[in-house]
Design a protein around this ligand. Structure first.
Ligand code: AQP
Length: 343
């Protein structure tokens, strides 16, 4: 019988990132930011604005710089404390690109060909998609493992990519005879809000790139806009059911119940216990009030921070320094393990 492979024994660390590809929405908030803010009190956390990921599709250079500051502002407005967690921009730390190349040589074509996000984003014309879009999950593995992060809070949409990060870590450890060198990172995808759907189509995830602004609630929306979008959200004429089973096949209704539960910090069933038998004429205004109370203070703080780019730049410069101090020695170890000259 073979010996069991020794597993990683280093410290626990959380890593996650958000792309600077446009204004953040309620899905990004509930699936990511809100969870990051809670984790900073219990874990060693590193959060990143992933601009290298953003350029896998064309970006306007001026917009990219301004979106990078805006996403940083959204982290801060949501309650992230840059003294507690490390907050920085991906391209400011070279370790990400270097490790991504090394991992390109560990990842297998067949693994990447199974990734559904590439299929969705490349659409019909995959011959014309960038190589970067195809290799996107390899860079994601490098982001996480450059810090030997053990836990990755993400929305449900990123689950498949996280599994690939584990495959890459395992393959590297085996190929270089370095058992336990990299941890196999665990996804943290629990709780309501892990998959917020479009307000116009309950079968599609809420997304920054959806052409319809009515499909999402942006963190920058004012109270009237939020209330109007919820009022117009696609639902059905039936009242809310008594149990979760009764939400089957009612995607729009299920989505609004899920949003309510995530914002109120409760469960879908607890929401149904309160609203069973009531129609959307009652439920939507209650949801609108809850959403306005949670989101508008963030929007106001966001506007204040967006007017102070000097402060954002200081936070990012400090974060990059702290991120390099963690990643650089890990990359040096990787270089030595591979046998690169000079290491
Ligand atoms: N609808 C969602 N529900 C729950 N979580 C979500 N996330 C995104 N959409 C939802 C989570 O937000 C984090 C940051 O995502 P991202 O901006 O890096 O990229 P994304 O997943 O590609 O987000 P979008 O809005 O769908 O952007 P576009 O339209 O540009 O592709 C991640 O943790 C993600 O899981």
């Amino acid at each position: 019988m073979s010996e069991p492979t020794p597993s990683y024994t280093g410290p626990q660390r959380v890593f996650s990132g958000v792309q600077p590809t446009g204004a953040l929405h309620l899905g990004n908030y509930l699936g990511a930011l809100k969870k990051f803010v809670a984790l900073q009190h219990t874990h060693d956390c590193i959060f990143c604005v992933v601009d290298l990921h953003a350029i896998t599709v064309p970006q306007d250079p001026k917009m990219l710089a301004s979106n990078t500051r805006k996403i940083t502002a959204a982290f801060l407005a949501a309650g992230l404390d840059p003294e507690r967690a490390v907050l920085f921009v991906q391209s400011a730390v070279r370790a990400h690109s270097e490790l991504a190349w090394i991992f390109n040589c560990s990842a297998r074509m067949g693994w990447l060909e199974r990734m559904t996000q590439f299929k969705d984003k490349a659409g019909q014309d995959k011959e014309r998609a960038s190589v970067g879009l195809f290799a996107y999950p390899v860079l994601q593995a490098a982001d996480i493992l450059a810090y030997k992060a053990t836990h990755v809070p993400v929305g449900e949409d990123q689950k498949q990519h996280l599994e690939l990060s584990r495959d890459i870590a395992e393959r590297f450890n085996r190929d270089y005879d370095a058992p336990g060198f990299f941890p196999l990172p665990d996804p943290l995808i629990k709780g309501p809000g892990a998959r917020v759907m479009s307000l116009k189509d309950g079968t599609k995830k809420m997304s920054k790139s959806d052409p319809s602004d009515l499909s999402r609630i942006n963190l920058e929306d004012d109270a009237d806009t939020i209330a109007r979008k919820i009022k117009k959200a696609r639902t059905d004429p039936e009242p809310l059911p008594e149990s979760i089973d009764g939400l089957k096949g009612r995607d729009g209704a299920a989505n609004l119940v899920g949003i309510y539960a995530a914002l109120a910090g409760t469960t879908d069933q607890a929401v149904l216990d309160e609203y069973a038998g009531k129609g959307f004429g009652i439920f939507k205004p209650a949801l609108a009030e809850l959403t306005v109370n949670a989101i508008t203070p963030i929007g106001e703080e966001l506007a204040r921070l967006n007017a102070d780019p000097g402060h954002i730049d200081k936070v990012l410069a400090d974060g990059a320094k702290r991120a390099r101090a963690i990643a650089d020695p890990i990359i040096e170890d990787v270089r030595r393990t591979i046998g690169f000259w000079g290491s």
